[in-house]
Design a protein around this ligand. Structure first.
Ligand code: S3P
Length: 191
């Protein structure tokens, strides 16, 4: 009988803008020796401009359509680490695809911590032009926190630790749950 290859399910990150999905995701991917994909980058390649410009010219709904198509494609891959955009969970189809095809990690941060991290940001369309970005982040968080939770298999409270400790927390959680082999069997110490 032909041997069937065991395919590792992809691991995906959801959470608010500035919660560290891309940075932590990239490190986790490197440590696990898996390819990393940032859905926002794939979207920008597809639309041929920045997300901020696309929001301005085509509107948010058009952006969400492209985002949904990209998430649908990417969640069909196995063995990848995926960072999603902060609004990916807004559509039920995306939450479904992420939850059923990948192991979803929610990096949960308070609006105050996010406000501190994003105070110089000029790229994120939903935060531009707001006189009080923390207030805006609070409103987004209130709407989205239940959606992130409902999509996630694991919630990691980020607080204010270093990237290094966050990456460790994620790896430990994945190891404990048996989603990835332990650090020893990977043949290397954690970062
Ligand atoms: C968005 C977050 C962004 C990007 C787009 C919309 C959002 O991604 O997808 O600007 O709705 O929160 P990040 O979470 O990587 O900033």
């Amino acid at each position: 009988m032909p041997e069937r290859a065991v395919k590792q399910a992809s691991i995906s990150f959801v959470g608010m803008p500035g919660s560290g999905k891309s940075t932590v995701g990239r490190h986790v991917a490197k440590h696990l020796g898996l390819p990393f994909i940032d859905t926002d980058h794939v979207i920008e390649q597809r639309i041929g401009c920045s997300i901020r410009d696309y929001f301005e010219t085509q509107g948010e709904a058009a952006f969400r359509d492209v985002e949904q198509a990209v998430i649908d494609e990417i969640t069909q891959l196995t063995g990848h680490v995926i960072a999603t955009g902060g609004g990916a969970v807004l559509r039920e189809a995306n939450r479904q695809a992420l939850q059923s095809c990948t192991t979803v990690i929610y990096l949960r941060s308070s609006p105050e911590d996010l406000g501190r991290r994003l105070r110089h940001d000029t790229h994120r369309p939903l935060l531009q032009g707001s006189a009080d970005p923390v207030r805006r982040l609070r409103a987004l968080f209130q709407d989205r926190d239940p959606l992130y939770r409902s999509a996630a298999h694991f919630v990691i409270e980020t607080g204010r630790p270093s990237v290094h400790s966050l990456v460790n927390m994620v790896l430990m959680q994945l190891e404990l749950a048996g989603v990835v082999p332990t650090a020893n069997t990977l043949g290397g110490a954690r970062p």
